[in-house]
Design a protein around this ligand. Structure first.
Ligand SMILES: [Zn+2]
Length: 336
């Protein structure tokens, strides 16, 4: 009898031990799986933090003011690099120095020559075009687009007194410019360059309001931090243009170079091969077209106060190189 009882006791102890062990085992499995999930989450978080840090690296750079003599008072403001809203375009290649060649005021009878040189060196650029009439105009706009360059708006009329008269006047001209590029090429461009730059004091309207309007349209504007100096009334010597375009590139991470695509600016075309050769020989430097992923250079727009009666015309964007002269050139060319 006693042995039987003892056996019964042993059995029940064993059962309890087994059940307890089973519970412990289950708890262990549960704990391990929970811990695993936790570790995965932590890993994911760490990854996000790391990519954030990489993305922010070097982004908050403030480009130093270019104090070279060629930059007139009007357009020698501080320049700041800010983030671009668009995200759909292709990632730009990594390089310490990114250079963007921009040609304003085209298309012109020089456009094709500029495109041929760019092709020869395998370089893409950005053309901020203005409204022009004539049978060659649409053809040249298409050529710019088809050969892989960026088309941007530079207003339709390029007439300071008209576009900067009011936000409404600016809007009307902006829509005309956008439609003009779209009709010729099917491109809905999202990039803009202000005639005279964003910090100009050429009109009656607060530029902050106009910038706000562009933001609403999902359009980014690009100023420049390097000027070729070819915008004035006199023809700039080739060596000076080359020197202006290349001497400061190593100082900046982002260089946006202002040049002109104009019938009268023959030395700009002559200088282009040498400019490209010089930049392409620089270490850790790439030449790129502007896209939604490019970091813009913005001239700092000062708080608005009414301008004085007499407005000065920026040397960078001299009226003599703009609409009227080029239209005449264009008409002459067509009538030939
Ligand atoms: Zn212009």
């Amino acid at each position: 009898m006693e042995t039987n009882q003892k056996n019964e006791q042993k059995k029940s102890i064993m059962t309890t031990v087994f059940v307890a062990m089973g519970i412990v085992l289950l708890l262990c499995i549960l704990a391990i799986s929970l811990l695993g999930k936790e570790i995965y989450q932590l890993k994911k978080q760490w990854g996000t933090i790391r990519s954030d840090v990489t993305a922010t690296d070097g982004r908050a750079e403030v480009v130093e003011e270019d104090n070279s003599a060629e930059v007139p008072e009007q357009s020698a403001p501080e320049t700041v690099i800010t983030e671009v809203p668009g995200e759909e375009s292709v990632q730009e290649p990594e390089a310490k120095h990114k250079v963007y060649l921009t040609f304003d005021d085209g298309p012109s009878k020089q456009t094709e020559a500029v495109l041929d040189i760019l092709d020869e060196y395998g370089v893409k650029a950005t053309f901020f075009v203005v409204g022009k009439e004539g049978e060659n105009v649409a053809k040249r706009l298409q050529m710019i687009y088809e050969r892989g360059h960026t088309l941007g708006m530079h207003s339709y009329s390029h007439d300071y007194s008209d576009i900067y008269e009011s936000v409404d006047a600016f809007r009307a001209d902006f829509l005309k410019s956008k439609q003009y590029i779209y009709e010729a090429t099917g491109v809905e461009t999202k990039v803009f360059r202000f005639p005279g730059g964003s910090s100009n004091r050429l009109g009656k309207t607060d530029m902050n309001l106009i910038v706000e309007f562009l933001k609403e349209q999902g359009v980014e504007y690009y100023d420049w931090n390097i000027s070729s100096g070819d915008g004035g009334g006199t023809l700039m010597p080739v060596e000076v243009i080359v020197e202006n375009c290349t001497k400061n590139i190593q100082r900046y991470d982002t260089s946006i170079i202002l040049m002109h695509d104009s019938a009268l600016k023959t030395t700009t075309v002559e200088a282009l091969p040498q400019i490209l050769e010089t930049i392409l020989a620089m270490e850790d430097t790439v030449i790129l077209p502007i896209t939604a992923n490019s970091q813009p250079v913005h001239h700092v727009i000062k708080p608005w106060e009414k301008p004085k009666e007499e407005v000065t015309v920026s040397k960078e964007e001299d009226m003599t190189v703009s609409q009227d002269t080029e239209d005449k050139e264009e008409k002459k060319e067509i009538s030939k």
